[in-house]
Design a protein around this ligand. Structure first.
Ligand SMILES: Cc1cc2nc3c(=O)[nH]c(=O)nc-3n(C[C@H](O)[C@H](O)[C@H](O)COP(=O)(O)OP(=O)(O)OC[C@H]3O[C@@H](n4cnc5c(N)ncnc54)[C@H](O)[C@@H]3O)c2cc1C
Length: 537
């Protein structure tokens, strides 16, 4: 069976076509094209990563609302969040979301990956994945049992700690919370500064780490501004990709495989547009069914996050304040000359992983402290300074779905996170919020604390729950919509091949069967490193 869309300019034939140059796509493109006998074509809907706001670490907080580097998805109304439409930023540029993320380097826990393996993701237990985390990594602290050095992905200690972050860390000491100097080492639990995906004080996106060193290889063709519309098949074998480059319809063929790395929202969308998904849903949209795969788009998981926000008169806060204005010119100079100073901050400099109850086997909430008033992803602006502390539930039980709004590839998919669909997530988030409140009430904050926004200190549980339903939103880690597994319902087998067809894999955050306990960039890169090895073998 083949699907076609009329006359298209043909780009040629490659051994591998990768759709999406994000965290996963850049990694695979590099690893596959290491072999000069393999030809690789990488299609990316966004443009080149030339905007300096991508590369100066603090820049990501200052992208203007019209910046083209973000897909800026809206979700479906969230039933358990007062029917609010939530926000889902995603990178639309070389490097994908790794070009716009907060650079925090976290892997999750041994138990996360052992859990994957125990639930059918054979070959993805901790001992199987650790070598790939290390292979990817170039940790400034050097090599040890847990870390790698010399890999493509720069991982560094922050070069700048905001004094308000120091206040936060002091508060956690006053509360005698455990300290942790390496969340990716022996234990995850505790509070500390995050390591970041930076090298020499600059963002190390997947494009910087993996694509730039490979771009000149004659066997790698990178096509930006190329939005894939569907994968074509002949007798259930993937034969190529149809895409739009600007207004020009084009196509590219493969004699090997198509690799879908368009991220947790667009990989399932593209599978469905190509005829792989729940048969009834595809027929509703007039799409010919290639494989009835009921779980495509299902199993969507994300970290729901709530923030406590305080104003402060401290001149150290990042924001629209006089204190900040005075610092900006020297900061630009320090960054340009030495890759140092305030602009190397990822803003979410410190935080950590805590148990909401001592009986928990692993931390179940993560905190991110920001020396800035970041309200509604920075979309609600405040004058003056402030600080914020985020908390999210690490292993949510709620499950959502990505479905099609239309068979038009230009239309965004319907993204329904079903946040707080499971009551347990609310219970844990409330406990996490109470921990945040205790930290922010510690004596260390006495000198800097100003007015609290939205909720009063000492608010009742009912008021806190109402505030969560009114304001909580993603902390940007959607996964799971093309789940791998060993059962018949899994979208992918454990080599990440799409079940029911040949010559097609999905390799990105959507393959995770369960959300890991932490930020998802490094795990996605690990997945791509491991998958590239599987393909090469
Ligand atoms: C604002 C923000 C902050 C974050 N902060 C952190 C953090 O601090 N630490 C951390 O570990 N994680 C963080 N994350 C999450 C992390 O960046 C992602 O989990 C990870 O980048 C996902 O990688 P991916 O390869 O699955 O998708 P992406 O990196 O999103 O890549 C998908 C790529 O596919 C392209 N694409 C999509 N559709 C098409 C199409 N039809 N045709 C061609 N190309 C297409 C996209 O443009 C994109 O470039 C953050 C994410 C965001 C958005």
């Amino acid at each position: 069976m083949s699907q076609s869309n009329g006359a298209r300019e043909a780009l040629g034939e490659f051994d591998y076509i990768i759709i999406g140059a994000g965290s996963a796509g850049c990694t695979i493109a590099n690893r596959l094209s290491e072999d000069p006998s393999i030809s690789v074509c990488l299609l990316e809907a966004g443009g080149e990563d030339k905007d300096p706001l991508i590369h100066a670490p603090m820049g990501f907080a200052f992208f203007p609302s019209w910046s083209p580097v973000n897909w800026k998805f809206d979700t479906a109304p969230q039933k358990h969040l007062n029917n609010r439409i939530c926000y889902q930023p995603r990178g639309k540029v070389l490097g994908g979301s790794s070009s716009i993320n907060a650079m925090i380097y976290i892997r999750g826990t041994k138990a996360d990956y052992d859990g994957w393996a125990a639930h059918g993701a054979t070959g993805w237990a901790w001992d199987d994945v650790l070598p790939y985390f290390k292979k990817a990594e170039d940790n400034q602290r050097g090599e040890d049992n847990y870390h790698g050095a010399g890999g493509p992905l720069g991982v560094s200690d922050l070069r700048f700690n905001n004094p308000l972050s120091e206040v936060f860390m002091q508060a956690t000491t006053e509360l005698q919370l455990p300290a942790n100097n390496d969340f990716n080492g022996e234990t995850q639990e505790g509070m500390g500064y995050y390591q970041v995906t930076q090298r020499d004080g600059r963002r190390c996106s997947a494009a910087v780490a993996y694509l730039n060193p490979a771009k000149e290889r004659p066997n790698l063709t990178v096509v930006s501004g190329a939005k894939a519309e569907r994968i074509t098949f002949k007798e259930k074998r993937a034969t190529g990709v149809e895409f739009m480059q600007g207004k020009a319809p084009k196509s590219v063929k493969t004699n090997g495989e198509v690799i879908l790395s368009a991220g947790a929202f667009q990989s399932p969308q593209l599978l469905m547009l190509s005829g792989i998904g729940p048969a009834n849903h595809l027929r509703e949209h007039g799409i010919e069914v290639v494989v009835d795969a009921p779980e495509v788009g299902a199993n969507l998981q994300d970290h729901l996050d709530w923030t406590a926000l305080y104003k402060t008169s401290s001149e150290d806060s990042i924001g629209m304040s006089f204190g900040m204005m005075k610092k900006i010119l020297p900061a630009i100079s320090a960054y340009r000359k030495r890759g140092e100073g305030m602009l190397t901050s990822n803003i979410a400099e410190c935080g950590g992983f805590l148990k909401t109850d001592p009986s928990e086997a692993e931390p179940d909430v993560q905190l991110h402290f920001l020396p800035a008033l970041v309200d509604d992803h920075g979309r609600v602006k405040h004058t003056g300074g402030g600080y914020s502390c985020h908390v999210c539930v690490l292993r949510p039980k709620s499950r959502g779905a990505v479905t099609l709004s239309s068979n038009d590839p230009e239309a965004n998919p319907v993204i329904d996170l079903n946040f707080l669909g499971d009551e347990d997530d609310l219970r844990r988030l409330m406990k996490g919020a109470r921990i945040v409140e205790r930290i922010l009430a510690a004596p260390a904050f006495d000198e800097v604390k100003g007015e609290r926004l939205y909720l009063e200190d000492g608010a009742s549980d009912a008021a806190l729950e109402a505030d969560i339903r009114a304001r909580a939103d993603t902390i940007y880690h959607p996964v799971g919509t093309c789940r791998m597994g060993s059962d018949d319902k899994a979208v992918l087998d454990t080599q990440l091949r799409v079940n029911g067809v040949e010559g097609l894999r999905v390799i990105d955050a959507s393959v995770m069967p369960f959300l890991i306990s932490g930020n998802t960039n490094a795990p996605t890169i690990m997945i791509a490193e491991k998958a590239a090895d599987m393909i090469k073998r």
